[in-house]
Design a protein around this ligand. Structure first.
Ligand code: URP
Ligand code: ZN
Ligand code: ZN
Length: 487
């Protein structure tokens, strides 16, 4: 029976979920989730889900399975495990390393219902993509709790790098290539390199993603503020005005249009950038766009606080009008993904920039709470439907990055990456209780409604009621398929 998502959701909220009892965690005999409300990007219905081995075997009414453990999920939303396509784990950056490694980061993700993440490999300028891949494999191997894939960040596109694009896509299953139009002198590439990379990636079936802000303008403003002795975190924000992002977004979209490469803009923050994506759509170009949970919920007034360094990230938090524009763009489909850009640091690391905003490591922790924050602030506050929630947290990332329908949905034959989510449970975010390896939360004290109760990864209960049921090493590297840039 198909029901209107809103009315059913509201009725459903009238009764509370009771505690789910799960006795065994090794489900070789199967796991049968009964009486829940199965939500995908397209559907919303009462159904049972039968898991056998790592996959979904059946979805239907009154399913039976001899030997399978039965889980009563009454009152729960049964949804696809989240896919966060923008995280930075154990990453060397600004003179330090992001503080979650592959084990703490993927475990924190599982606690919050995210079963797969896509992390970034950074090419060292002057060295090969293969060299970077092997370095990152050394950090990752044996350490995963959750599943993970990589984007390859190309920081030096030349004749040698060009030859490696095909082998990354075809041999390694790394089909997305990240570029930086900012971080001048470190990660930034110029437009000549960008166009060269786009041509090569298009030729072999990949997608180019971008941190789209104008690195030269930002560099100018950073130096200007430093020279004037304006060194507090507020000047991080004032060194990256909206125009720096809007300009680069338009330039990237134009280069993507010229080359025809599938194109994806990461961590979009503002109305000016969105307008360039809409401009591209008017000429029938699809430019895919991601925003991050913090840009929907937090704003630039935080930079005036004494602990403003906590929210120093690039691009910076923006204005309330940008939040409204981003919520609207999600609803309209102009923004297809809500990620985190999880790049955590401790307060001690943030203090590297206590006397100079340009030395504060950029980034903030969010991998654990993206799903619960978006549900509470988005679905429960009626800014987005629950189907849209699934679409932007799981289905679209899987489609865009070549993992669908293996991941990103609950379908027969898909990986059994599933969360049991109580839409009514209230809880409070705090660094005292979170699992991310950082000593602060950007959302300290925030009260949420809606909680992940159980996270299932490839058929195994990974986390249940906050207890971890798998061992380090259970997570797998996900080789991805070629992509088209279409959804
Ligand atoms: O501040 C951020 N976003 N840090 C991580 C690197 C990046 O630009 O995504
Ligand atoms: Zn970035
Ligand atoms: Zn990032």
């Amino acid at each position: 029976m198909q029901l209107n998502a809103w009315s059913f959701a509201e009725d459903n909220y009238l009764f509370s979920a009771f505690d789910i009892a799960i006795k065994q965690y090794d489900h070789t005999m199967g796991l049968l989730i009964k009486n829940g409300t199965v939500v995908t990007a397209a559907d919303f219905h009462r159904a049972d889900v039968l898991i056998e081995g790592e996959h979904v075997k059946a979805i239907g009414h009154d399913l039976k399975a001899d030997g399978a453990e039965v889980v009563d999920a009454k009152g729960m939303f049964v949804m696809p495990g989240g896919i966060d396509p923008h995280v930075h784990l154990d990453m060397p950056f600004m003179g330090t390393f992001s503080s979650d490694d592959y084990s703490t980061g993927t475990l924190a993700a599982l606690h919050g219902g995210t079963t797969t993440v896509i992390d970034f490999i950074l090419q060292t300028q002057g060295k090969s993509l293969r060299h970077a891949l092997e370095t990152w494999q050394g950090r990752m191997n044996g350490n995963l709790f959750g599943d993970l894939s990589w984007h390859m960040a190309v920081t030096d596109f030349n004749d040698d790098t060009k030859k490696e694009v095909k082998e990354m896509i075809e041999q390694e299953g790394i089909t997305s290539f990240k570029t930086f139009m900012a971080y001048k002198g470190a990660l930034m590439i110029d437009d000549r390199q960008m166009v060269g990379l786009m041509n090569e990636v298009k030729a072999h079936g990949g997608i180019v993603t971008v941190h789209a802000t104008n690195g030269d303008m930002i560099d100018f403003l950073v130096q200007k503020h430093r020279t004037e002795g304006k060194l507090s975190p507020l000047y991080h924000y004032l060194s990256q005005p909206e125009i720096t992002e809007a300009e680069a977004t338009g330039r990237f979209a134009d280069m993507a249009s010229y080359t025809g490469v599938p194109a994806y803009i990461v961590h979009m923050t503002c109305e000016g950038a969105l307008n360039h994506v809409r401009e591209a759509a008017r000429r029938n170009q699809r430019v895919l766009a991601e925003t991050c949970i913090q840009y929907l919920l937090l704003d630039a007034s935080l930079y005036e606080k004494p602990d403003g360094a906590k929210w120093v990230m690039s691009p910076p938090l923006r204005e309330k009008k940008d939040q409204a524009a981003l919520w609207g763009a999600i609803d309209q489909g102009t923004v297809q993904v809500v990620a985190t850009d999880h790049c955590p640091f401790s307060m001690e690391q943030k203090a590297m920039g206590k006397d100079d905003f340009s030395k504060i490591p950029n980034g903030h922790p969010a991998i654990e709470h993206r799903m619960e924050l978006l549900f509470s602030e988005g679905v429960n506050k009626k800014r987005i439907t629950v189907n849209k929630f699934v679409e932007v947290t799981a289905t679209n990332p899987a489609k865009i990055f070549g993992m669908f329908p293996r991941k990103g949905t609950i379908g027969i034959g898909s990986d059994a990456d599933i969360i049991l989510f109580d839409p009514n449970e209230k809880h409070t975010l705090s660094a005292k209780t979170h699992h991310m390896n950082t000593d602060y939360s950007g959302y300290e004290g925030m009260q949420l409604t809606g909680k992940v109760k159980t996270t299932i990864l490839r058929g195994q209960v990974a986390v249940h009621n906050g207890e971890v049921k798998i061992k380090k090493g259970y997570g797998q590297f996900v080789k991805r398929n070629k992509v088209s840039g279409m959804l």
